[in-house]
Design a protein around this ligand. Structure first.
Ligand SMILES: [Zn+2]
Length: 199
């Protein structure tokens, strides 16, 4: 069976009917992995997808949100960890794509795999860390450093700098704040990716 089959959305009911909209939710196991660096979403990982399909004059506008689990190796201490991972994207699937990189409506369906793959790969952290204040390994002994000794030498990613203040306010806010920071970073990436000017 075609591996992309799980990513296909049937749009027959709304093709050529601007203003019509459908919303769907479903879950499936990723047929193939996403990403090939320290952080990936491996094949077989569950993906929960929420999709909104809107019929517009030019084609089908797709807004989607995917929730899954990222598997990563900490870039500082080399510990393997998993973390909830969320990404969204919006793409127009045109009836008559005019450029090579434009997505098209194929018959009665759209294939969400390429834009989902782009969004996930862009949003996966290039240098994942198991926790924002991971002290990393001692370059001499190879052991995990104690946090105080390491604090001076860690270069804080600007995205995490904003979280440092929140960390002081209590650990309860950490995971939520991390989620917000990650979402903000993702949104930026996705916006850039879908900006026609940048293509
Ligand atoms: Zn670590």
């Amino acid at each position: 069976m075609n591996k992309n089959r799980v990513y296909e959305e049937n749009v027959r009911e709304i093709v050529g009917r601007p203003g019509e909209m459908r919303e769907r939710e479903r879950s499936f196991d990723a047929p193939e992995s996403f990403g090939e660096a320290l952080a990936t979403v491996p094949a077989g990982e569950r993906i929960d997808l929420e999709v909104r399909l809107e019929s517009v004059h030019e084609g089908i506008l797709v807004s989607a949100e995917a929730r899954t689990t990222m598997h990563a190796e900490c870039g500082r201490c080399l510990t393997r960890f998993t973390e909830p991972f969320r990404v969204d994207f919006q793409e127009l699937f045109a009836y008559t794509p005019t450029e090579a990189d434009e997505y098209g409506v194929h018959g009665d369906h759209v294939n969400l795999e390429p834009p989902l793959r782009d969004a996930v790969v862009l949003a996966l952290p290039f240098q994942p860390v198991c926790r924002p204040d991971c002290p990393g390994l001692d370059p001499e002994t190879g052991d995990l450093r104690d946090a105080e000794a390491a604090a001076e030498s860690i270069v804080v990613d600007p995205r995490w700098a904003a979280l440092a203040g929140l960390l002081d306010e209590g650990n309860g806010a950490v995971s939520e704040a991390a989620e917000v920071a990650r979402t903000a970073a993702e949104t930026k990436d996705v916006d850039r990716a879908s900006d026609p000017e940048s293509k």
